[in-house]
Each structure stands twice: as structure tokens, then as C-alpha cells.
Design a protein around this ligand. Structure first.
Ligand code: BG6
Length: 476
């Protein structure tokens, strides 16, 4: 076994999100959120994109988030499994509507605070650092109905009140925070990304960039508040990452890839550098967008994040003549299919070198520590006759990506940690399926919600345990 090139304090662990794991969607005083309204089945995409308004639950539909994997009741056992693998970090999110069921209250819901305090205490019991996302795709529905969600500037106030409440309530338990999960997904999946629903006459680009501005201001203010509450707090932004490759070396394709990258990096450019990037002036002019800013916003945005976190599943590919026909939305960010890389059963590219490329680009651009907070392979698992799950395909995906991350560290990039996505099987955000599994731990539940919810360790569980014990030196 070679020597580890990972720093001694490197954080190893896994990630989940409240809406994909907790279930108990109306327990403990929780209010309904956007994700609770997104059904499994044929209407899912239209609802996620904000094209089909779903403000009430229907009897004829199945909503995977309502029970999910019942983490709400099983968190003690689940965290014990993570501790058994040797986790030193566990990423989860707080459901905003457990703390403020409607989102615009002054007083928080004590049951919600108590629940998360228990979860974080449970982590601490095993020496696991919680890494906590304040908003992972779940906006309280009341804020959507009454205020139009992030189209409305009032959201800044509601979010910062929520953020302060969390920083104060969990002070001493949580020091690593993320404001918005995959903030750039707002552009690609507006309802699930930011609670946006469109009316017929809406200029959608205008609505999306205005909402983005509100989120960016809210994120910067939350960062400031986190530091005021406790200077030890470290706050990160979070990008749905993966560089765009040009389809060819034709200059027009190279330019198309650069523009596509900017579309996503715009958010991180603001959060990590503290101002709108210069290219937005022309972009907004050409799109006919006028972002309304309040006096003082420029100063607020100067509250930059401490680190840059991101998810990486695959690289992307763009050309000058990319269109609806030749690009695929297998992953919610549209991309051409890259013929040089393999793909998962769900058509997501598999490109470990792309991770090293993405990390180098991000560090060159931001010069802030990186944290890879989502990465993994969604795959179908079979239980064999011995009751075991031999997920060698998952091990091989993770091995290659961890090796690529190690290369990035050798390239000189400071990396704080790694939390693989869905360390325990959970509901897929894109499809609502349970069968798209990422976990080291199998959960007995199917796409229709049947199953015992029993947990079983997969082969990858023992493999990851070894990886962590060797601080990334033993990937075999
Ligand atoms: C990211 C999200 O987009 O990718 C997660 O932050 C999501 O919430 C993950 O689950 C994997 O995507 P999917 O669609 O396979 O669940």
C-alpha cells in the first residue's frame, strides 16, 4: 500500500438530503415543501421544471419524499452505520419547513430544532462532523403560494431569519455549512431548484435571474451572519459541477463550451469572488434581462464563502450547433453525448479525469479550498442468494474518482473532504426512483414505496471502510 497523499485532517464521509431521506413529511410540525408536491411518474418532469403547477396533493399520485427511507425515525441506526465505516463527516440538509413550517413565521418550531439537535448530537457521539445544507431543493410551499418563492425579494428576509435561527440553535454542534445545494440548478429545473412556477406571459429568463439575484444576496447575508454568530463557522457555496468539453476544436465549439460553463459558474463567480462577473453585462443585455438590485447589494455580495463545494457526477459536452434534438437531458443540465466516455444505466457519463479537470479549473478560478460533497454512481443492485449485494461497479466508479481527486491534490489543490452521494440508498432527485441506488447501505424499498425499509451493508460498505481507514491510500 502506497503512502496517503490526502492531508491528515481530510474529512471522509457521505451525503444525504432531508427531502430524499427523512420522510415523515407531516410529522413533528413540518410544513409541506416543493419536493413534497413532486410526484413519481409521467408528470414529474413538468412539475420539477415549473411548467405544471402543483399546489395541492392528489390522491391518484405517489410522492416518494413523503416516506422516503424514513431517516426521520431511523437516524440513530443509520448514523451508527456511517460511524462503522469510519466517517469523519456526514452531510445532510435541514428541511426549512421543519424549522419554519410556513417559512414566514417569527418563532421556530421547537420540534424541528430538537430533531436536528438530536441528529447532530448523534454524529458528534461518533466524532463525525456534520456538514449541513440549509436548502437542498425544498422551499416551504407556503412561500411559493403566497410570495412566488425566490421571485420575491422578501425571501431574502425569510431565508436569513431561518439561517440565523439555525446558526444559533446548532452553534457548537455544526461548523460546516452550505447555503444552497447546487444553486445553478435554479436555471435548469426552476421549481425543484428554487420553487419557481411560470405563468404564460412570464419572461422565464428574467424571472430566473431575478430569483438568482435574491438567492445570491441571501447566501451572502447568511455567510455574514454565520461568521458573526461564530467566527469558527465555515460556509461554502455549492455547484452542480462538471466542465463542458467542446465537441471539437472548432473555435465556435470551444466558445460554446465556455459560454455553457459560465452559465453555471456565474453563481459561484458571485459567491466566491464577491461581485457579478464582467461577462454578465453583455449576457443580460442580449437576453433583455434587467436584474433589480437594492442599494447596498454590491456590498452584501462582498461577503464571500470560505470554501467552494460542488457535486461531480460527469463532465458535459457542448457544440455551437447544440439543439433539442442532439442534446440529452439524461442529467438535468443538457449535454451532448460524449462518444469518448462510458455512461451509467441512466445515461450519465462516467469520466474520472473530468473530475481532475473540473477541480483544477475551479481552483485556478477561485483560489479557495474545494470540498467534493457529492459524487457517485446511481445503479440497480441485485441481492444474491446469500443475501449479499456485490456492487463492484460502484466500487470501481468510486475508486477511479477518488484516485482522480488524489491527482488533483497532487496538482496542488487544497481539498477539505469528500462526501459520496447517497451513502445510504435514498430517493432519486431526478426520477423519484429508489432503484437508482448510490449507497454503501441497501434499503429495502422499491419505486412504488413497498418494502420493509431494512438496511443491508453492501460490498462497497467494507471497501469504503478500508479507504477511510487508510486515509485514501488503499483503494483496492
Ligand atoms: C444532485 C442533487 O443533483 O444529484 C441530489 O444534489 C441528487 O439531490 C443527486 O440526488 C443525484 O441525482 P439523482 O437524480 O440520481 O438522484
Amino acid at each position: 500500500m502506497s503512502e496517503s497523499i490526502f492531508p491528515a485532517d481530510f474529512l471522509w464521509g457521505g451525503a444525504i438530503a432531508a427531502n430524499q431521506a427523512e420522510g415523515a413529511y407531516l410529522e413533528g410540525g413540518k410544513g409541506l415543501t416543493t419536493v413534497d408536491m413532486i410526484p413519481h411518474g409521467k408528470d414529474r418532469l413538468a412539475v420539477k421544471l415549473g411548467q405544471e403547477k402543483r399546489f395541492a396533493l392528489r390522491d391518484d399520485e405517489f410522492y416518494p419524499s413523503h416516506q422516503a427511507i424514513d431517516f426521520y425515525h431511523r437516524y440513530k441506526d443509520d448514523i451508527a452505520l456511517m460511524a462503522e465505516m469510519g466517517f469523519t463527516v456526514f452531510r445532510t440538509s435541514i428541511a426549512w419547513s421543519r424549522i419554519f413550517p410556513n417559512g414566514d413565521e417569527q418563532q421556530p418550531n421547537a420540534q424541528g430544532i430538537a430533531f436536528y439537535r438530536d441528529v447532530f448530537n448523534e454524529c458528534k457521539k461518533y466524532g463525525i462532523e456534520p456538514l449541513v445544507t440549509l436548502c437542498h431543493f425544498d422551499v416551504p410551499m407556503h412561500l411559493v403560494r403566497e410570495y412566488g418563492s425566490w421571485r420575491n425579494r422578501k425571501m431574502v428576509e425569510f431565508f436569513t431569519h431561518y439561517a440565523r435561527t439555525c446558526f444559533e440553535a446548532f452553534d457548537g454542534l455544526v461548523k460546516y455549512w452550505l447555503t444552497f445545494n447546487e444553486i445553478n440548478i435554479l436555471l435548469h429545473s426552476p421549481f425543484s431548484g428554487a420553487g419557481l412556477v411560470f405563468e404564460k406571459d412570464d419572461d422565464q429568463e428574467q424571472v430566473k435571474y431575478q430569483a438568482a439575484h435574491h438567492e445570491l444576496v441571501a447566501s451572502a447575508l447568511a455567510t455574514k451572519i454565520a461568521h458573526e454568530v461564530n467566527p469558527e463557522n465555515q460556509v461554502g457555496c455549492m455547484l452542480a459541477g462538471g466542465n463542458f468539453y467542446p465537441w471539437s476544436c472548432k473555435p465556435e465549439d470551444v466558445w460554446a463550451a465556455l459560454e455553457k460553463d459560465r452559465e453555471n459558474l456565474f453563481f459561484i463567480d458571485v459567491q466566491a469572488r464577491g461581485a457579478y462577473p464582467s461577462y454578465t453585462k453583455r449576457l443580460f443585455k442580449e437576453k433583455g434581462i434587467t436584474v433589480e438590485m437594492a442599494p447596498g447589494d454590491d456590498d452584501i455580495l462582498k461577503n464571500t464563502v470560505d470554501f467552494v463545494s460542488f457535486s461531480y457526477y460527469a463532465s458535459r459536452c457542448a457544440s455551437a450547433d447544440m439543439n433539442e434534438q442532439n442534446s440529452s437531458a439524461a442529467n438535468i443540465v443538457k449535454s451532448l453525448k460524449n462518444p469518448h466516455i462510458k455512461a451509467s444505466e441512466w445515461g450519465w457519463g462516467i469520466d474520472p479525469l473530468g473530475l481532475r479537470i473540473t477541480m483544477n479549473m475551479m481552483y485556478d478560478r477561485y483560489q479557495k479550498p474545494l470540498f467534493l460533497v457529492e459524487n457517485g454512481l446511481g445503479a440497480k443492485d441485485e441481492i444474491n442468494e446469500q443475501g449479499e449485494i456485490e456492487d463492484d461497479y460502484r466500487i470501481s466508479y468510486l475508486r477511479e474518482h477518488i484516485a482522480a481527486m488524489a491527482e488533483a491534490i497532487e496538482d496542488g489543490i487544497p481539498v477539505m473532504g469528500y462526501t459520496s452521494w447517497g451513502c445510504i440508498d435514498l430517493v432519486s432527485a431526478s426520477t423519484g426512483e429508489m432503484s437508482k441506488r448510490y449507497g454503501f447501505v441497501y434499503v429495502d424499498r422499491d419505486d412504488q414505496g413497498n418494502g420493509t425499509q431494512a438496511r443491508t451493508r453492501k460490498k462497497s460498505f467494507y471497501w469504503y471502510k478500508k479507504v477511510i481507514a487508510s486515509n485514501g491510500a488503499d483503494l483496492e
